[in-house]
Design a protein. Sequence first.
Length: 599
Amino acid sequence: MSRAPCLLPLILLAGAAPVAAGVFLQFQNRPADQVVHPTGYAGVAAELDVTVCLDPNNLPQSGDPEQAIRNAIAEFNRNQGMTGNVVSNPSPGSDFESVLLHEIGHCIGMDHPVFGPSEVGSGSPQLYFANAFGGGNNAFDTAANTDGQRGTRDDIRGDDINLNWFRKGVNDPWAVLPAVVDRVSYGVELGDLPNGHDWVEIASAFSPCLAAADSSAFYDQPATQNTMYPVICGNNLLRQLALDDVALLRIARAGKDGTQGTGDDYTTQLRYVGQTNDCALQILFTNDAGFAFCQVGGTGGGPLGNDIAITTGRMEFQRTVDWQFNQTDTTGAAPGAAPGTAPSADLTVLSHDADPLTPPPDTKVSFIITVMNAGPNVANDVMVANPTPAGLNFVSTNCPGGTLPCPVGNLAADQWFQFDVIYAVPANAAVGSEFTNVASASSATDDPNVGNNILDRSITVSTPPVADLAISKNTPTGSAARGSEVVFTVEVSNLSEITAGQFWVVDQTPPGLVFVSNTGACTTAYPCSFGSLPAGGAVTISSTFAVANNASVGALITNIASISATDADPDPANDSASDSFSVSSDPPEGRIFFSSFEP
């Protein structure tokens, strides 16, 4: 095989479709915004313990990889991210730690920010453009435009479908991450790019190898590159995560509901268990790996909804490659710091939400505060101050001892703590008046970044609410064959304490389905009309559809139901719901995907 000049091949893991500034593994051409979680996530809050091991029967032909394994695992557990993560390579060999960092990323659900040879061919200039689906013409339409730089905001992409997650309205891979990183603050839709931006930008640093793919130098930024890039300049090393890598991990950790700070969030701790075959993610040195690759299996549906969770992970490295194994212990170092740095812990007030954001007078409001230790060390004696805002009345808190400031205790690296504070809005509070709650975190351990230790949230007093109707829609079917029937259950609930007036349920039959019948609270075709719904009441409709005989096998069909009402709804966000299934003869779970390399 030929080798591109100055390029050290890393892994390129892809299924049947390409993937992107942070990209999740793409399973069977699923939607661009599908999220993939590490092994063990089941759709509920959890502290995931993901074990990593080295196969004692498949070791390298020389050298000891175990310190490099521990270093790479510690870098993921720090979950910090940095700019300037590209450093000079002192050895002509292949740096195992850099490649392993990339492979672990694949094994916990991450994919490439740019194209790889399986999509565009080895050595293609398209390798350095943000990854995408081919769009309606089933081809990748890439051009660097007038700036001559690949992977930048003015790239011409035709009808390509973006796969990169980016911060809405920002599109800057060198920007400090915000306190909230989830599917609300980040997305893949190009319509959320800032004005004047045509495509998602990628942090790359290919100096001295390829100036046209060195966006860091082009923007006069520190040499930074996403760890999940499928190629790197052979003169450089990548042993630390970039900000986009961490952003992708945090998007996933916001859980299947996509919102950070809610009850389905999780944390991930990787743990090296030594030379054994008994672990979640195996590392092997074999004679038929080519260079290195990761093989993963995934499952979806059920409690995961449209998301996917990794079920198996196996990383193979070519035994005959001249692997260089870093023997310097960096497991206790702060991000970007030399080993031996004094213990430090980066506390951050991760999120600060209010429920409700617009409470009426004479009601209660709950502030939900999440504090996280981004590591790398334990944060000792964590305390969260939260003084009562002037004009509100303290009611209660679920902090230890029921007191404020909140004595959290010790937080391990990558561990978070969440608590609520409830205040009463006075009956004489003026409509439109604003109250701000301020939460700040501190600990006895040195904090290298105190700028993220404080976060506030404001509420605005509103007029008394009208009835809040909410709709849900689901089907137990993850996949269905053409010609079969699929039943969707639609439920409308009145979440308020007053009776809702007249409303209608609308469900437009999507392409690929044929409406059959409704049963339950509505027995006619849509739209279904209802005169009223008492406080706390609910109505349920069972809708049967037939899968069209001409539906494409593998297609994802999404059915959407919505509410329209005579009265205004104070929370229109829950007035629409959808669920999906795939057209397939086989269940979608358990598929295996392989990776390849840029040679």
